[in-house]
Design a protein around this ligand. Structure first.
Ligand code: GCU
Length: 598
């Protein structure tokens, strides 16, 4: 017996992976932020990971070695190296890293006073793109995908003094990756969101879902998963404002399901009501602000709380205004979504990947409906199992992180992906997975369309059969003709489903003025919007739009000197928040729709 215990412990401690854990919400748990300055080593040749035979080096930089005597030859030293701020991308922090794609090692030292009978986890909000994480020289594990959270249990490894976390971050693009080699956004690398040490009771509330029943306003449904639970553990659901206090018992798998009547004020853009919801197990408490609403389609319309709604939207990249770096803070979210509200929107497309949690919580608070998507973008490797598993992981991580956000009304599984059988099978698989994880929201994708004749745009992408809402990007007047071409175009589809025009637009350099046919001028963009809006409002099955895009953003594919300079200029605002003429065209249009809908 003793021998088996030793073997078991050996396997646990020697195997270099530690359990990845889910945290639906950090809740009110004891947590220590590791944000701030982290020491870095820039390592283009991955010299800290591979030896000269390109074999994994057991004495790599993760050991954070120090010379022990005068002849000890250690060829790196984190503590003598420069620092980067976490959370943050590296491209905007140091000139020499502006275009850098490769490996950078991050190191953070910390002390930690662990309490008795607790467990300890290390949580990353996001790391772009691949992260290999070590604690005190031990490999915890790795994560791929730049926009979703991951955590490791470090209960057995963390010590009181002189802990050191080392993370090998690599943002190199690859064909099998998600996204793949080619994107129209900046490949910001680094530890781009918060890093937290979370201490929990031995058994804690690992995951939960609380929402209105799909088609009824009168019932709240949900489930709770207790991590490290034993059967029969008491858990309570408390919604003070609704005078609801329910007590449940976990089953043998530590989970419970519930359903109870409730008279809620519905969450909507006009009235974004959020309720304080408190979940408590014997030793753990999680608090969340949750809105209750229903979302569904009927024919070619979208219904919010059983009322038809038109989505007055705009698309956004997760880029910070004024400083052109990855946005991550609540302030960033407040500025960006504040501009969205000023535009008169009730909807925002968070492109092309899951944005940080501050964006979603702010959208909940402001009453902005959200389209959230995973970066299955352009020419993904459809036949690659590795690619599918990666996309599938990003999808579940996105839904698990944000399933309690009332603002999110639809999950999108892809953007502008070329028609093919492998593509269809790939995306059908993701759609099945999304529906299994969350049956309460709409599924969509930005799909293909084509001309059936010179003035008819047809949406008959086979993917349309499997989504709830048709999404479609079109650039009539920019990549396709001049702005007035829109006057001649009508839209058709073979599907009896609502359509969201998920992108349209054209570029303009703020302050460049000319006649409306001079490309790059504000007048050209203004004219394009006028022709577009006139065309779009003639589409009988149109239920919303999210023009491309709120603000000019960095792109490695935009190299026109004096105009683009590595920026996509399709914003209605410059990167400094300066409003272009088209901003007011859309604002006026949305105001007209809003008053008409009242
Ligand atoms: C595409 C794509 C965007 C891109 C835009 C553009 O439709 O989805 O990511 O930035 O077009 O060309 O500006």
């Amino acid at each position: 017996m003793e021998k088996f215990v030793i073997i078991f412990l050996f396997i646990i401690f020697s195997s270099n992976t530690y359990a990845q854990e889910k945290f639906a919400s950090l809740g009110e748990r004891l947590s220590v932020s590791l944000d701030g300055n982290w020491k870095i080593i820039i390592d283009p040749y991955e010299n800290g990971y591979y030896d000269y035979r390109w074999e994994e080096n057991p004495d790599g930089f993760f050991k954070n070695e120090k010379p022990h005597n005068k002849w000890d030859r250690i060829e790196y030293d984190f503590d003598k190296s420069v620092s980067l701020i976490v959370p943050g991308d590296w491209n905007s922090q140091r000139k020499e890293l502006f275009l850098y794609e490769g490996t950078i090692w991050y190191k953070k030292s910390f002390n930690f006073q662990k309490r008795t009978n607790t467990r300890v986890f290390l949580r990353f909000g996001a790391v772009n793109y691949q992260a290999i994480v070590y604690l005190n020289g031990k490999k915890l594990g790795s994560h791929e995908g730049g926009f979703t959270p991951f955590s490791f249990e470090i209960t057995q490894l963390v010590r009181e003094k002189d802990n050191f976390i080392v993370v090998k971050v690599d943002n190199k693009r690859c064909a099998e990756c998600v996204p793949t080699l080619n994107t129209d956004w900046w490949n910001y690398g680094g530890i781009t969101r918060n890093v937290t040490i979370v201490e929990t009771p031995v058994s804690f509330i690992g995951d939960y879902c609380i929402q209105l029943h799909k088609a009824s306003f009168k019932n709240i449904n949900g489930w709770i998963q207790v991590n490290g639970s034993r059967c029969g553990q008491p858990v309570t659901v408390d919604i003070p404002e609704l005078k609801i206090y329910k007590r449940y018992i976990t089953n043998s798998t530590g989970s419970l399901h519930f359903s109870f009547p409730a008279n809620v004020k519905l969450w909507s853009p006009e009235n974004p009501v959020l309720y304080d919801v408190i979940l408590a197990s014997e030793k753990d408490t999680v608090r969340d602000l949750i809105g209750f609403r229903t979302i569904e389609t009927k024919g070619t319309q979208i219904f919010l709380n059983n009322k038809p709604v038109f989505l007055r939207g705009i698309s956004i990249h997760e880029e910070a205004p004024f400083r052109s770096s990855r946005a991550n803070s609540l302030d960033d979210a407040r500025i960006l979504l504040g501009w969205v509200k000023e535009l008169g929107c009730n909807f925002v497309r968070l492109a092309h990947y899951p944005h940080n949690e501050n964006m979603l919580k702010e959208a909940d608070r402001l009453g902005l409906m959200v389209w959230s998507e995973i970066p299955v973008y352009w020419t993904i490797k459809w036949k690659s199992k590795q690619t599918y598993d990666n996309a599938s992981l990003q999808l579940s991580e996105m839904i698990e992180r944000d399933r309690n956000r009332a603002s999110i009304i639809c999950w999108s599984v892809s953007n502008e992906t070329p028609l093919s059988k492998p593509r269809l099978e790939f995306l059908k698989g993701l759609i099945r997975q999304a529906r299994a994880l969350d049956s309460t929201r709409l599924i969509t994708a930005a799909m293909e369309r084509h001309y059936t004749d010179e003035s008819t745009q047809m949406i008959d992408d086979p993917l349309g059969e499997f989504v709830d809402v048709l999404g479609c990007n079109e650039y009539i007047g920019w990549y396709d003709g001049l702005p007035n071409k829109a006057d001649t175009i009508r839209w058709k589809t073979i599907y009896q489903k609502p359509l969201i025009i998920s992108e349209f637009g054209g570029s303009a350099l703020y302050g460049l003025h000319a006649d409306s046919l001079t490309v790059w001028s504000e007048e050209y963009q203004e004219s394009l919007y006028k022709h577009q809006l006139a065309m779009l409002q003639k589409i009988p099955f149109l239920s919303g739009m999210s023009p491309w895009i709120l603000m000019d953003f960095r792109s490695p594919r935009r190299q026109l000197p004096g105009i683009q300079d590595f920026r996509n200029r399709k914003g209605l605002l410059s990167e400094h928040g300066e409003r272009k003429k088209a901003f007011y065209v859309l604002q006026k249009y949305y105001e007209e729709i809003r008053t008409k809908q009242e």
